[in-house]
Design a protein around this ligand. Sequence first.
Ligand SMILES: [Zn+2]
Ligand SMILES: [Zn+2]
Length: 602
Amino acid sequence: MKIAFCGAASGVTGSCHMISTDRHKILLDCGQFQGGAAMEAMNRVPFPFDPEEIECVVVSHAHIDHIGRLPLLVKQGFQGPIYCTDATSDLMDVMLKDSAHIHEQEAEWKARKARRAGREPEEPLYTTDDALAALELRRPVRYDTLVEINDQMKIVFNDAGHILGSAVIELWTEEGGETKKLVFSGDLGMNGRPILNDPVTIHKADVVVMETTYGNRLHEQNAASIRRLLDIVVETTQRGGNVVIPSFAVGRTQELIFELNRIYDGDSPYKDLLRNVQVFVDSPMAVQATEIFKNNAQDYDEEMREFILQGDHPLDFKNLHFTMTSDESKLINTDPRPKIIISASGMCEAGRIRHHLKHNLFDPRSSVVFVGYQAEGTLGRTLIEGAREVKLFGDTIAVKAQIHNLEGFSGHADRDGLYAWLSGFEREPGEIFLVHGEPDAKRDFAAYVKAHKGWNCIVVNGFGEYDLSGGTGFSPRQSRPGIAAEEPVRRTAERPVQDAAERPAEQRPSVEAVGSASERAVEEFVSENERGDLLERLRGTREVLDSVLRNLETAAGDGMSVEKLAEIKNLTASLEMDVLNLGSAVTEEDRPKTEPEEGGER
Ligand SMILES: [Zn+2]
Ligand SMILES: [Zn+2]
C-alpha cells in the first residue's frame, strides 16, 4: 500500500490523500484549498494523479475543505462512487451546490473585470452541472458497516463527532498476502460537544493519518465560552450595538442555536437579560443545513434526544428568525431591536456576513464574535489579529467594534483531545502521519506525543508519497516522481490564476515583478524609512537564501541519507508556500468574492 498526500499537507485545507495498491487507486477526501488568493489558486493546479484512474472516493465529512474539489474531479473524468455517511450525503447536496454557485459568481465578476481590461475571461473552477454530476455518484453508507469497495479494500465509517455525519475511516487493504489497516481521523470533534456524539476511538492500526488543526492549542471549556458569549451579548445590546457572529453554516450555527435554545427555553439567569434580544440566522445554507440536522436524529447524542423526548425542539425557540431572501437579509440592518446576527461564511471570505461586517465593524457599540477556526489569509484571521481597518466591497471600513475570539466553540479537538484519541490505540502504529494543521501545530503535536508516549509521528509538510508495504517505522521509500515533493506541484499556483491550469510551469511571474509590485504597494502607505527597512530585510533574506542554497548544493553531493533528503524536501515545500504567500500579500486585490459590487443583488 502507498499513500500520497495531495492536500491538507502544508496547511489545514484541501484534504486529499491517495491510497494505492498494485491494482487499485482510491482517494480519501477531495477537498478545496481555502484562505487567500495563493491557496485558492492551488485549486487550479492539476491533480497530481489522473482523475480517470481513481476508482472511488471515501469522504470523511461534508466540509468544503474535504469535498470541495469533487465536482472538479468529476469534470476531469472521475466516474466512480463517492462513499460517505447518510448525513454527509445530505449535507453534500447543499454544500456542493452552494460552492458551485460561489465559483460561478466569482468567475462572472472576474469576467467583467477581464473584459474591461481586454483579457480573456476565466472559466469557473466548476459549475452547478459539475456539482450535480458529482452528487449523482454519492453512495451513502451507515456508520459501523463494513463495505467492500474493491477486491483489496474494505472500509468502515465511525462517528468522528465533528459535524453531523463526520467520520473516522478505517481502511483495510490486502496486497500480496499482506493485510494493513489504515485509520484516517478526518476532522475530530471535541468530547462533550452539544448535539453530536464524542469521537469514536479506534484501538488498532498499522498506519494512522490524523488531523492536527489545534495540535498545539488548548480550548477554553465550552461552558466558559458560552458564559463569555452571553456576557458579550448582554453588554453589547445594552450599549445599543449588535452582536455579529461569523459562523460555519453547517455545524457551528446549529450548535449556537442549540446553546441559545437552552437559554431562551430554559431557566438560565440570562433568560431575562436576553428576553428582547432577537437572534437572526442569516444564511440560506445554514437554514437548509438546520433542516438536515432536524432530519438526521439518528446521529444525535443522548442529551439531544432527551430534549426532543421532552417536546422542546433544541433547534427552535421564539426569538429565533431564519432569513432566506436577500430582502429579508437587508431588513436586519434596519431592525431597531437588540440582536445577534449569525451569518456565513465562517471565515468571512464570502457570503452575507461581509454585508453585516460592513454595517457593524465601524460601530464601537457592536461586537464581532468569532467561534471557529480562522485560516491564515482570511478576513476573519485579519480581524482577530487586530487589523485597524479592512476593505469590503472596495470601501475601507474602520474597525471600531469589539472583536472577540471564543475557541471553546471549536468543532475540532484541541491538543488534549487529539492526544486522547491517539492514545486510544493499544500499540504504537507503524506510522502516524500528521496532516491538516499549520506547520507549528504539527511539529508541536509530534513533540508532545514523543515526550509523553515515546511514539514517533511523521510531520507531513508538502505533497509526497510514502510506500507502506512491508516492515514498520518511518521510511519515505522513494516516491513516485509525479507526486514527489521535488516535483513542483505548486509551481503553477502563483498569480495570475486565470490560466494556471494550462500555463507551463516555467512561465512563473518573475521575482522582479513581485518585487516591484511590493515596492509600489509599500510607497502608498508608509514612510520612506519604513520602506527602506522593509526592502533591506527582503534583500537580506535573499542573501541568506543564496548562502543556504550554496551550502545545500555542496552537501547534496554524495552520501545524503533518505531521511535527510525527505527533511530538506519538506522544508523546501513549506518555503515555497511562504514565498507564495509573500508574493500574494502584496499583489492580492480586495475583491468582493461571491457578491457583486455594492448596490447589486445580494
Ligand atoms: Zn471539518
Ligand atoms: Zn477540515
